[in-house]
Design a protein around this ligand. Structure first.
Ligand SMILES: [Zn+2]
Ligand SMILES: [Zn+2]
Length: 318
């Protein structure tokens, strides 16, 4: 491998920053370069979003960064598709914010005439203050709700169930909205899914949420895992290749920080995580001679090669 920055003229893959070129160093109020304490290396500002980037990090990795968001969205799609592909059958549910009695529509945003009933579908939305207050607490509120519902369902069925994946998106009225996926490939899984959903529905109001579909609705439609993955990824990216476009959800700063979660029991089998996809891009750049071939060693190197070459992950030794 030739390595080095000699690949300046080489083709750039989407999502790989060109070579080892770093943005200009970050300076403090007095114009001095801000340095890392331990290594003395300069910090930088991301050219895409102005975020401060640590010394030896080449590029921004925030979904809210206009430069990185398309890469984040593509990685998220692959992560959802390849992990959920392992699932034979699933059900999908959603958890909604409370209705207009708790979060009323703000008439300043309304574009309809008098006498028309407010609705998110015609562009009505809640106030910015309500949007911020619900969405900023939604991540924590959901974790608590999920934990309690899981304990109830585990006890009721004697099965230790789990979610396959969950994602946040924003409803038209401005409030965060959660979609979850549960496996129903076996009788045990089916019983757990039913108990979990029943518990979610009962506990949701106490955790500040509104409507949760009952089992009689959710259980009516079964999704093969790959279809569930495609459906969920459509909240972040649509189209393919150069024509792919990302949705506003990706760069939304008001949605919970962890926008997409995929069960560890799935990612351990496939090896497809945001981290391994990032390592695979790095390996690609090393193979192309765009960056120095250093630092990518051990299990990370194995994972990167499997993900890049679309090979199954070998069993990990002790
Ligand atoms: Zn950035
Ligand atoms: Zn309205």
């Amino acid at each position: 491998m030739s390595g080095g920055a000699g690949g300046a003229g080489a083709a750039r893959a989407p999502g790989v920053s060109g070579g080892a070129v770093l943005p200009p160093p970050l300076r403090d109020g007095r114009g001095r370069v801000v340095r890392d304490h331990a290594r003395g290396l300069p910090w930088h500002r991301c050219p895409g979003c102005d975020r401060a980037i640590p010394p030896d990090v080449r590029r921004c990795s925030s979904r809210r960064c206009p430069e990185f968001a398309p890469t984040w969205a593509r990685d998220t799609r692959r992560r959802l598709l390849e992990n959920l592909r392992l699932v034979r059958l699933s059900v999908m549910f959603s958890v909604t914010a409370p209705g207009a009695d708790v979060y009323p529509f703000e008439s300043a945003f309304c574009k309809h005439g008098a006498g028309v009933k407010c609705s998110g579908t015609i562009g009505c939305r809640v106030s910015r203050a309500d949007e911020k207050s619900f969405n900023s607490g939604a991540g924590k509120a959901w974790s608590d709700l999920h934990r309690r519902a899981k304990i109830r369902a585990d006890r009721a069925t004697g099965v230790r169930g789990r979610l396959l994946a969950r994602v946040w998106e924003k409803q038209k009225r401005g409030l965060a909205h959660l979609h979850g996926v549960i496996a129903v490939s076996t009788p045990d899984e089916l019983a757990w899914a039913q108990a979990y959903l029943t518990a979610l529905r009962e506990l949701a109001p106490a955790h500040g949420f509104g409507f949760v579909d009952g089992w009689e609705k959710v259980g009516r439609k079964l999704w093969p895992g790959d279809q569930a993955g495609a459906y969920l990824s459509s909240y972040f990216v649509s189209g393919r290749g150069r024509k792919a476009s990302i949705s506003e959800n990706v760069q939304d700063g008001n949605l919970p920080r962890v926008l997409v979660l995929v069960g560890v029991h799935l990612t351990q089998q496939t090896g497809i995580t945001m981290r391994s996809l990032r390592l695979a891009r790095r390996l690609w750049a090393i193979r192309e001679g765009l960056i120095e071939p250093d630092g990518l060693v051990g299990w990370d190197a194995v994972v990167a090669a499997c993900v890049l070459d679309r090979q199954p992950l070998p069993a990990r030794g002790p």
